[in-house]
Design a protein around this ligand. Structure first.
Ligand SMILES: [Zn+2]
Length: 255
């Protein structure tokens, strides 16, 4: 937990968030860490099957608090199963979104962007952080090719975009998950394109020929966050097995 928090300190998280230890004994010895985006019963089952007594997730299992722990909801059942199986759960959420080297830097890496920087850096304590990043493509691309490149890099069947830009894309702003709140910041930062995970219908209006919006799905946009977890653990805790979950927890399917 210290290694993860050193990389993405908990004070970097948003005020509404609940990152950090969710379930478990702080002094338990870790037999292995299973890395995922969402904690579900299937994830706890996989952790047990693979001999991992710790789950490291991006999205917190516990968000709004629980007033009972029963078999009535999926979150409560997951809590019961984790405790019953002695599996701890740690979540690194908006602290990992906002950290240097975190979720958005990983997305930029997958696209081969250079000069990647926070769009509007701020400081928490002495730590520089930010909600979105901007970087430059190796080569300016026509918009259609850019969208196809993003689809391929994130293995998405379908990207939602606004009308294609009639100029080339070079500077790309990124915010994994739900990043609509950064649209105007991306324009102001000189971005040609903006990649995020999800947006509402009305938010697409008004950016025609200003910004190539490219929405690739919440899960898809953040899927490589587990690689960030893996790299931290392998570097800082070389004795701990860190395994990316095989269970896909994306609740959304495309038909
Ligand atoms: Zn997310």
């Amino acid at each position: 937990m210290s290694a993860l928090e050193e990389f993405a300190p908990l004070p970097l998280q948003e005020s509404w968030d609940n990152a950090g230890l969710q379930i478990g004994l702080t002094e338990a010895e870790v037999s292995g860490a299973l890395l995922c985006l969402d904690v579900t019963e299937a994830i706890i089952d996989e952790a047990v099957r693979r001999g991992c007594n710790l789950v490291v997730s991006h999205h917190p299992l516990l968000f709004r608090g629980l007033k009972q722990i029963s078999d009535l909801t999926d979150v409560q059942r997951t809590v019961m199963k984790a405790i019953g199986q002695h599996v701890g759960v740690v979540s690194m959420h908006t602290n990992m979104d906002n950290a240097r080297g975190g979720v958005n830097f990983k997305i930029a890496e997958k696209l081969g962007l250079t000069d990647v920087a926070f769009m509007s850096p701020r400081s928490v304590g002495n730590v520089e952080c930010g909600s979105g990043v901007i970087g430059t493509l190796a080569e300016p691309m026509v918009s259609c090719d850019f969208v196809l490149k993003v689809k391929k890099a994130f293995n998405v069947e379908c990207a939602m975009t606004n009308e294609l830009l009639r100029r080339k894309v070079s500077r790309v702003a990124i915010c994994g998950g739900a990043g609509d709140f950064l649209l105007d910041e991306a324009v102001a930062a000189g971005a040609d394109a903006f990649i995020t995970g999800e947006m509402h219908y009305h938010q697409y209006f008004g950016y025609e020929q200003r910004l190539q919006i490219c929405v690739i799905g919440h899960y898809q946009s953040e899927q490589f966050t587990t690689e960030v977890f893996r790299d931290i653990i392998q570097e800082k805790c070389p004795g701990v097995r860190a395994e990316i979950a095989e269970t896909c927890t994306n609740p959304i399917f495309y038909y």
